[in-house]
Design a protein. Structure first.
Lengths: 393, 222
């Protein structure tokens, strides 16, 4: 009851010093607004990043030869047959996609462009989710055939030369003539997909390995039989390679990467939140300043209230309610500002817009807490005033 | 009802110790109307603050309604001011942003009395001082005499046993002053409330049942 009276009183008092209240509000509005905007943007970025992985599936992994520098250069690379036998030998692995990288030139109609290439098997399309927009992908039956699938960039290059439907046309890659059998759509660039999918051409792995620079298989992609078994799969693969070819391998799974990314993004969000909190503290100091001015301006009022029987706690409550109300209003306005900012950012970046409920509740709650914290000292000063001194003011 | 024994009050003013009250002895009985007269600076207001529990004596004993005022906590002092004493000041001391009615019922707010009941009592007090038709006016919209009536209504609100008035007519013209004095006299006569009025006007003091003179920090009977 006395609380409602205090709220009415606070509204009246804040309203009568509109300009000052407004200035104090700005600090809180910006503080809460930036906390909410930053935390929400952090979460949206996190969702975006993780979503790209989720689209590929978290059961995907990359297996590389372990060892670096000299040890690796002496290495002969992995044996294609050994890799092909994995799904039969390791119960956790469903399919494998070994690949080799080439770097050469692509020629068509007298035009030349430098181009990377990938030697792949039929499983590559499924594991790396390569979309086919025309023709077909490389098949395991293609053997040594000089067939190739164009990546999206190279398909555009041909289109610029007037080849709208490149399937069936011939290109020269790595000094050999290849027949285009398909065109791949663009895949989102990420940690798992080799960038050559978009930038280069894909040819059968056997054909690629016949190239003069003798490319080696240092890495292959694989899909596990389910989620959450990556450590088990890694153990199996390590044991298998030790047994089959006395090689050390290490595995990176999407699952691990997503988890790692989640951790990093959480740190990132926390950091953004911390930066926002600094402006919140500045806003809080603004509230404190306004409240101190208010207390010293209303000494007489405090004296009168004390003379007619207000206890120290009544005076303290009155000023505390005022500062909490002030910050709370700032928090609500700041919430609107923050959400609006996020909406604008999402509009321009094309990210999926959402309002983090935790950020919203936290933002408004924190603003009230800021009012409580920074209002406590002025309110205490008001309540500790000697009644006669206050009355004489 | 009030028994002051050898009350001393001194303030530190820089390096100097200024003694305002130099051993005041004063007894006031229930239902009395007492005028305290004296030149300015003789310690009238300090005495009033001590009587009203706004200030503590440096030494001496103060018994209020048979109870010693010594060692009371701040909350106990607030409670006595709220329930037993009504203040009337020279400068009215109304809260400028509140309506007359809200000013009057403010003491009841600090007792935790519900709004409806508070307003009822406040209206009753306003009618007692003849200000019923001004309940929604703010102090700035009232004349000095009207403001002082509202202030008296506030002092009466919650039925105190003692009203302390510090030069209540000091800021008013003579006609209005007489009306205010009449109001105090009728409150004392009809309701039996103990009234202590501080004034420097001997003419007004003579209207009261008893008057004492303060001179240089001491109270002398008159």
């Amino acid at each position: 009851m006395i609380l409602t009276e205090n709220i009415v009183e606070s509204v009246r008092s804040l309203w009568s010093a509109k300009q000052r209240s407004l200035l104090a509000l700005i600090g809180i509005v910006i503080g809460i607004g930036s906390v909410i905007a930053m935390v929400t943007v952090g979460q949206i970025v996190e969702n975006e990043a993780v979503r790209q992985f989720r689209e590929m599936g978290t059961d995907i992994c990359l297996v590389r030869l372990a060892g670096q520098g000299e040890a690796r250069s002496r290495n002969k690379g992995m044996d294609l047959e050994v890799i092909h036998r994995i799904p039969g030998q390791c119960s956790t692995i469903k399919s494998v996609a070994p690949y080799v990288s080439l770097y050469s030139r692509l020629t068509h109609g007298g035009q030349r462009v430098s181009s990377p290439g990938l030697g792949v098997t039929g499983e590559f399309m499924d594991i790396f989710k390569v979309p086919i927009v025309a023709g077909r992908f490389i098949s395991n039956l293609d053997g040594y055939a000089n067939f190739c699938v164009l990546g999206s960039t190279k398909a555009r290059w041909l289109a610029e030369m007037g080849v709208q439907d490149p399937v069936g046309s011939e290109v020269v890659f790595a000094d050999r003539v290849f027949t285009v059998i398909g065109v791949a759509g663009a895949v989102p660039s990420g940690t798992f997909s080799p960038y050559e999918i978009n930038e280069g051409v894909m040819v059968p792995i056997s054909a690629a390995m016949r190239n003069s620079d003798r490319p080696q298989i240092n890495v292959f992609g694989a899909r596990m039989v389910g989620n959450g078994i990556s450590s088990q799969a890694e153990t199996q693969l390590k044991e298998y390679f030790q047994y089959a070819s006395r090689q050390n391998v290490r595995m990176t799974s999407a699952e691990e990467l997503v988890a790692q990314m989640d951790r990093q993004m959480r740190m990132f969000t926390l950091l953004l939140g911390a930066i926002g909190s600094i402006s919140l503290i500045v806003g809080g100091v603004g509230v404190m300043n306004v409240m101190l001015v208010s207390v010293s301006e209303r000494r007489k009022e405090i004296g009168i209230r004390r003379a007619i029987g207000a206890e120290q706690s009544d005076i303290q409550l009155q000023f505390l309610v005022e500062s909490v109300l002030l910050s709370f209003i700032g928090g609500v306005v700041g919430l609107g500002l923050g959400v609006g900012t996020v909406a604008i950012i999402c509009r321009f970046t094309g990210w999926e817009f959402f309002v983090s409920q935790i950020a919203a509740i936290l933002g408004v709650g924190v603003s009230a807490a800021v009012g409580m914290f920074f209002g406590y000292y002025p309110a205490r000063q008001a309540s500790r005033m000697n009644p006669i001194d206050a009355l004489r003011a | 009802m009030i028994d002051l024994r050898d009350i001393h009050k001194s303030y530190r003013l820089g390096a100097m110790n200024v003694e305002i009250l130099k051993g005041v002895d004063l007894r006031v009985d229930q239902g009395e109307m007492l005028a305290v007269v004296g030149a300015s600076g003789c310690g009238k207001s300090t005495l009033m603050n001590i009587l009203g529990f706004l200030d503590q004596p440096t030494s001496g004993a103060y018994y209020f309604e048979g109870r010693s005022a010594e060692g009371l906590s701040d909350n106990e002092l607030s409670r006595i001011r709220n329930r037993r004493i009504g203040f009337v000041f020279q400068q009215f001391n109304l809260l400028p942003k509140l309506t007359a009615l809200n000013n009057v019922c403010l003491p009841l707010l600090y007792r935790g009395i519900p709004t409806k009941e508070r307003k009822e009592q406040g209206r009753e007090m306003l009618s007692k001082v003849g200000m019923s038709d001004r309940e929604s006016h703010r102090p700035g919209e009232l004349s000095g005499g009207q403001q002082q009536r509202v202030a008296i209504a506030r002092a009466l609100c919650g039925s105190p046993s003692l009203i302390l008035a510090d030069e209540p007519t000091g800021a008013l013209d003579s006609v209005t002053s007489s009306e205010i004095m009449d109001l105090f006299l009728s409150l004392n006569g009809n309701e039996g409330i103990t009234v202590i009025i501080i004034t420097h006007d001997p003419g007004r003091a003579r209207l009261c049942g008893r008057s004492v003179r303060m001179l240089d920090g001491l109270v002398e009977p008159q």
